[in-house]
Every structure is written in structure tokens, then in C-alpha cells.
Design a protein around this ligand. Structure first.
Ligand code: NDP
Length: 465
């Protein structure tokens, strides 16, 4: 193999072809670097294969029964539908294969050499990949994360989100353990597809880190849809029964029979067996790779980004980090990733959209906050009879009038929040929101028509709660 002139096979070797790794590889190659990338599973990483993309496709599938029910109020008589899980999985798989192919083409068009094999580090410049040793001036670790499993007896009888996308059969009953993004999203998907769902969360209210009103609203809406939400409850042990079903003993002593247990209790950096020690790359106590603002690890020629570092485990963030790395390293730029005000959505049923601070954070940071809140039945449901309600919430710093938090639970919350996130980053004040003409009739117009504050929150009022 022709070396790079610096005595290495490659200028850059990227381990992991997920969102961050692929973008970094392509952009580095576009800026003149000789680049290789290794992937042991599937191109596109978690997001494309066992994350955002198939999850979103499943949420569309899960929403169909509600649409059919809603249709009656609009005069439609729709016959009883029949759902075929295998068709959904097969169609989803075909779409993911198409995306895998696109990722492969993007890499080859960019001149990046692809190794479809596991890569491990031998020393700071040497990688073993598919039985071969190659060298690189710089190495970028973008191997992402993997779901955590608990250690209670019988935990191995459960599955993680990885397996959920390929189940042979849709279970009749399921327990979802956990109270984060993945748990609430799958609880909604399974319920929508007709599964009896019990969701367990270890503390008093799920979605820690989100605004409290949002968490309460979502919990109420999920319960209305028939999800059996149980807080302050975990599984203590699970046993397989003679008929193949599972018996989960809960922390309150009760026993729940179910057909599937999904553990969605967080994810950790996928660094095991990667050779980090041999290469001199340090991790924190949770196993995430430690990096500086330029994504440089403790070994100066080795970098890391995406879910394997301890920042924000979201695809658009990994892509942003990949761009910063590539342009700073190979185009002489000095970009910085801005982690403030990253909008995000939880594709729960109904969806959450959020940008900026929660009420609790806003009060702690600014002292006095005007809270504008609107809770209503979306117009679509006036005729459909659907009891789902939406929540919109704005948090305004009293001193500057700046909107410092924007939250929504309801139909299209993700789409709506993405648009408002631009105004948010531009530093929009409540007066700017008020001066914006609404689009009528929409749910989003509520954000620009909330005239009276619902309450003023202060450090004192927060402390008194
Ligand atoms: P999260 O960190 O969001 O949630 C983990 C959940 O598991 C929390 O409720 C946590 O409780 C609970 N938990 C942790 N450890 C245990 C334990 N030992 N026993 C019982 N419960 C436990 O992780 P996810 O796996 O749901 O998602 C990982 C990340 O992926 C997210 O943080 C998000 O950044 C990203 N993601 C984004 C999505 C999106 O943008 N829509 C969708 C899916 C994932 P506690 O709060 O008490 O610690």
C-alpha cells in the first residue's frame, strides 16, 4: 500500500461508520486526507440501523390505528384493520438496506477506503482490521454506544432496543423497563401496535431532565392511551414459565406475567476490547472516552466523538462534531461545536419537542421567570373525539424578556420545535414572539398568541414547592 508520505498507510483511520464517523471520514477526505473507515456491523451505525430511523418508521406504523379510529368522527367508516408485524419489519429492513447502500456510496464517492470488519488498536498509530495491520497518522474513534443490561436474576430473558427492531413476533404483552427516551418511545410504539404495555420506572416521575410539566403531561396522556405506567417500581427477578411466557417479580412484591421485557435503561460507550489501553487512550469512570474541546483524547494523535464520548448522544450532534474535527484538522479552520440550546424530540405518544431550559433550570439560572402555558385539545380531535390534549410552554426571563425555554407535547411537536429553535438561538424575546403573526388554525400559533403569563416562578416559589 502506498504510504501517505509521512510513513503511514493513511492520514486518518476512522473506527465506526455511524453518523459521526462517516461525516468525519467524508469531510476529511474532501479536504485532501487519505482516509479509511472500519465498520463491524452495519453502515450508518445506531441511528440508521437500530435507532432514530427504524424507530421513527415504527412510530408511523403505531399511529395508524388511532388515525383509523379518528376517521369515524370525520364520517369515514373504515373496516377493522389487520396488522402484520412481519411486513412492517421486512419493509423497514428494505429501507434500511437502501440507506446502508447510500452510506457505502457516499464513502466510496469521497474516496474513503471501507473495511467491513472489526478494528482494534494495537498502538497509537496501528490498527488491526480484518486480520490486517494498517497504520495511520491520526485515528478517530467513533464506535458509539451499546444498550445497558441490568444484573438482576433472569435479566438475560429480556431484550434491548437492538433486538426490538428484529423480533420474529410482536408480543401480546410487554414490560418496558426504564424511563428515558427509548423507554417512552417503545412504550408508545408497542401500545399503538396493540400490545398490552406496562412501563416501569425506578423513581417517582420518568424523563428526568425534562421540564416537570412536560413529564406530568406525557405521563397523563400515556395513561389515557392505556399504558400501565408504574413509577417507583423495578423488576427484581424474572423467570421463564413452562408455557414460554415470563414472570417478572417487581420490587413491590407483585408478579407480572408478560411475553417480552424490554430493558431501556441507558446506553454506554462501546469501548470494550477496542485496545484503548494499548493506545494510551483514557476513559472516564463510566467508560466514555475523555476528549478536549477539539475531540483529542489523552493520546494526542487519537480523537473521539459521538456517543463514545461523554457529551450529547444525539445524531445531529455527532455529525456536528465530525464536521468540527474534519475542518479543523484538514482545512485549517478553528470551528467549535456549540452545545447550547440543542433542540430535541422524544417520539413518544404524543411527541415531545423541547429547546432550552426547563422551568427548574431557568429559575435556578435567571431567578425570575414568567411561565406561559397552554393546554388544549388539538383541533383535529374536536371531530375525532380523541381525548388527547396538547401542552405548550414558554419560559421567559423577566429581566431581559428573552425566551429561555420552549416545550411542547402534542401532535407535530418535533416539527414545530425545530422551527422555533432557530428563533430561540437568535435570542428571540417574548415581544418577538408576540409580534409574530400566527398561522391559523394551527397548534403552533399558540406559541405566538400566549398573552398572559400563567405564573411567575422565582427561586423562592421553587423552594416552597
Ligand atoms: P436515557 O439516559 O434517556 O434513559 C435511561 C433511563 O433508564 C432513565 O430513566 C434512567 O433512570 C433509567 N435507568 C438507568 N439505570 C437504570 C437501572 N440500573 N435500573 C433501572 N432504570 C435505570 O437512555 P436511553 O437508553 O433511553 O437513551 C440513550 C440516549 O439516546 C438518550 O439519552 C438520548 O440522548 C438518545 N436518544 C435520543 C432519541 C431522540 O432524540 N428521540 C431517541 C432515543 C435515544 P434515571 O433517570 O433515574 O437515571
Amino acid at each position: 500500500m502506498a504510504d501517505t508520505g509521512a510513513g503511514y498507510d493513511y492520514d486518518l483511520f476512522v473506527i465506526g461508520a455511524g453518523s459521526g464517523g462517516v461525516r468525519a471520514a467524508r469531510m476529511s477526505a474532501a479536504n485532501g486526507a487519505k482516509v479509511a473507515i472500519a465498520e463491524e456491523r452495519h453502515l450508518g451505525g445506531t441511528c440508521v440501523n437500530v435507532g432514530c430511523v427504524p424507530k421513527k418508521l415504527f412510530t408511523y406504523a403505531a399511529h395508524v390505528p388511532e388515525e383509523i379510529e379518528d376517521a369515524a368522527g370525520y364520517g369515514w367508516t373504515v373496516g377493522a384493520g389487520r396488522f402484520d408485524w412481519k411486513t412492517l419489519v421486512a419493509n423497514k429492513n428494505a429501507e434500511i438496506e437502501r440507506l446502508n447502500g447510500i452510506y457505502g456510496k457516499l464513502l466510496s464517492n469521497a474516496g474513503v477506503t471501507l473495511y467491513e470488519a472489526r478494528a482494534t488498536l494495537i498502538d497509537p498509530h496501528t490498527i488491526e482490521v480484518g486480520g490486517e495491520r494498517v497504520t495511520a497518522e491520526r485515528i478517530l474513534i467513533a464506535v458509539g454506544g451499546r444498550p445497558n443490561m441490568p444484573d438482576e436474576p433472569g435479566a438475560e430473558l429480556g431484550v434491548t432496543s437492538d433486538e426490538m427492531f428484529f423480533l420474529d413476533e410482536l408480543p401480546k404483552r410487554a414490560i418496558v423497563a426504564g424511563g428515558g427516551y427509548i423507554a417512552v418511545e417503545f412504550a408508545g410504539i408497542l401500545k399503538g401496535l396493540g400490545v398490552e404495555v406496562v412501563q416501569l420506572y425506578r423513581s417517582s416521575l420518568f424523563l428526568r431532565g425534562f421540564d416537570r410539566d412536560v413529564r406530568l403531561h406525557l405521563a397523563a396522556e400515556m395513561r389515557k392511551k392505556g399504558i400501565d405506567l408504574r413509577f417507583d417500581t423495578i423488576i427484581s427477578k424474572t423467570e421463564k414459565q413452562a408455557d414460554g411466557s415470563l414472570a417478572a417479580t417487581l420490587s413491590d412484591g407483585s408478579v407480572l406475567e408478560t411475553d417480552l421485557i424490554l430493558y431501556a435503561i441507558g446506553r454506554s460507550a462501546y469501548t470494550e476490547g477496542l485496545g484503548l489501553e494499548a493506545a494510551g487512550v483514557e476513559t472516564d469512570r463510566f467508560g466514555a472516552i475523555k476528549v478536549d474541546a477539539d475531540y483529542r483524547t489523552s493520546q494526542p494523535n487519537i480523537y473521539a466523538l459521538g456517543d463514545v464520548i461523554d457529551r450529547v448522544p444525539l445524531t445531529p450532534v455527532a455529525i456536528g462534531e465530525g464536521m468540527v474535527f474534519a475542518f479543523n484538522t484538514y482545512a485549517g479552520q478553528s470551528r467549535k461545536m456549540d452545545y447550547r440550546d440543542i433542540p430535541s424530540a422524544v417520539f413518544s405518544a404524543p411527541t415531545i419537542g423541547t429547546v432550552g431550559l426547563t422551568e427548574e433550570e431557568a429559575v435556578a439560572e435567571y431567578g425570575e421567570i414568567d411561565v406561559y402555558m397552554s393546554e388544549f385539545r388539538p383541533m383535529k380531535h374536536t371531530l375525532s373525539g380523541n381525548q388527547e390534549r396538547a401542552l405548550l410552554k414558554l419560559l421567559v426571563d423577566v429581566k431581559t424578556d428573552r425566551v429561555v425555554g420552549l416545550h411542547m407535547v402534542g401532535p407535530d411537536a418535533a416539527e414545530i420545535t425545530q422551527g422555533f429553535a432557530v428563533a430561540f438561538r437568535a435570542g428571540a424575546t417574548k415581544a418577538d414572539f408576540d409580534a409574530t403573526v400566527g398561522i391559523h388554525p394551527t397548534s403552533a400559533e399558540e406559541f405566538v398568541t400566549m398573552r398572559e403569563a400563567t405564573r411567575r416562578a422565582t427561586r423562592e416559589s421553587a423552594a416552597a414547592e
